[in-house]
Design a protein around this ligand. Structure first.
Ligand SMILES: Cc1cc2nc3c(=O)[nH]c(=O)nc-3n(C[C@H](O)[C@H](O)[C@H](O)COP(=O)(O)OP(=O)(O)OC[C@H]3O[C@@H](n4cnc5c(N)ncnc54)[C@H](O)[C@@H]3O)c2cc1C
Length: 373
């Protein structure tokens, strides 16, 4: 059968589930803690092949990329926005400008009750504020992607693999005209099993977590990988920095708990993208002393470049592409030694285990890798 039933360890982008006219595909969490498609009633599959057609994991090439990229260092000229966003806040400003032009926006927010990052649709600046800040866990896309009306104008943001499949979906229905697609330089997404265990550990101390932030510029952009969580047992938030060995950020940024596809199938490093616009942190030497945060911003298509030109409230400085991507990964990651035993242990264990104690086994190795004293 020409469907996604044989695909294992894919990107979990969810686009196959929205294209199936029979609604046979659901997106579930697999045993390693990543989203994966499952076909509910195989006997009803009509073999139309649409789910594999839109699946970026099933193709070697990246959909689209039609022009020479134009790169900028950029940031929001609204200091509150710049402070609240992960890098320079340009993703937020691009969305805010497009709202004024009548677009709807599809981005990611954190849903505390389900402990998930989810794609959602925003139609007002206030609703778009929930998208501010990176949520460093895999987002669940199907509900929002299904709610997108292809006849309306939309900005859709997401990981490069989500956007590659979404581009294929739009191409299938000849609906690209109404859409602007934005991705980011992507490190990879961590396992939800790791996230759940980490959260359970923190909740023992602060109670049910109602809000999470993965970045904070209180001590400057270069030390901004910080977990801040608010629980219901205390008014004092839990704050834990990567630079002081936070377990989750160490595992994530040390590339120890990412999806199998992030190691074996990521074809989106550096400039490889199906989006119109790519954003990220402008790491590297050019802005190494900056404290407020600078976004890497790349117009990849004519539509993307025009969108950047028309975006209000951003400062942009043009740079050559090498400067823009200097601090980014250029190649696929190699499969780590820690991930398999760690994830199997997390998946199989029935007794509660101390997450921090478990990963402390690996901490020294990770600290060396991340140059943390
Ligand atoms: C899993 C992940 C890995 C990343 N890896 C890198 C990297 O290696 N190098 C780099 O320079 N930048 C990386 N980024 C991007 C970076 O963290 C910032 O999101 C980016 O610089 C945009 O910041 P901003 O200041 O413009 O706006 P922000 O307000 O921080 O914008 C966040 C944008 O990202 C979207 N988003 C947030 N979380 C998710 C998610 N889980 N899945 C899909 N979309 C999401 C939101 O919808 C919003 O549009 C990564 C982001 C994520 C979520």
């Amino acid at each position: 059968m020409n469907n996604v039933s044989k695909i294992k360890d894919c990107y979990g982008c969810g686009v196959c589930s929205i294209v199936c006219s029979k609604k046979l595909i659901s997106i579930v969490q697999d045993k390693h803690g990543f989203y994966a498609p499952r076909i509910e009633h195989m006997e009803q599959c009509t073999d139309c092949g649409l789910c594999t057609k839109v699946c970026a994991y099933s193709h070697d090439e990246v959909a689209n990329n039609d022009t020479t990229p134009q790169g900028y260092a950029a940031w929001s000229s609204d200091t509150n926005v710049r402070q609240s966003c992960s890098s320079g806040g340009v993703g937020f400003e691009i969305g805010r400008s497009l709202l004024k032009e009548g677009f709807k926006l599809c981005g990611v927010r954190y849903d505390a009750p389900t402990r998930r990052a989810v794609h959602y649709i925003a139609s007002t600046p206030a609703e778009w504020e929930d998208s501010m800040g990176s949520k460093y866990i895999q987002s669940y896309t199907p509900d929002a992607f299904k709610a997108i009306n292809r006849k309306e104008r939309f900005l859709v943001t997401g990981t490069p693999c989500q956007i590659d499949s979404f581009r294929r979906y739009l191409q299938t229905f000849k609906a690209e005209e109404n859409f602007i697609l934005m991705d980011f330089f992507c490190h990879g997404v961590p396992s939800k099993l790791v996230w759940n265990k980490y959260l359970a550990e923190i909740e023992k101390k602060i109670g049910k977590v109602s809000s999470v932030s993965w970045r904070s510029k209180e001590r400057g952009w270069h030390d901004s990988y910080v977990m801040i969580m608010q629980g219901n047992k205390t008014s004092i938030p839990h704050i834990s920095r990567r630079s002081q060995g936070d377990a989750f950020l160490m595992l994530f940024l040390g590339n120890q708990c990412l999806g199998k596809a992030c190691y074996s199938h990521c074809k989106y490093k550096a400039l490889s993208s199906a989006a119109d616009i790519r954003i990220g942190d402008l790491w590297g030497t050019a802005y190494q002393d900056n404290k407020e945060g600078v976004s890497a911003l790349i117009g990849l298509t004519e539509r993307g470049k025009l969108t950047i030109e028309n975006t209000e409230c951003i400062e942009c400085i043009a740079h050559d592409i090498d400067t823009i991507i200097e601090g980014q990964m250029r190649h696929q990651l190699s499969y780590p030694t820690v991930m398999r035993p760690l994830q199997l242990l997390l998946a199989k264990t029935k007794v509660p285990i101390a997450f921090q104690a478990l990963i402390s086994k690996y901490t020294n190795k990770l600290k060396n890798r991340l140059h943390i004293p």
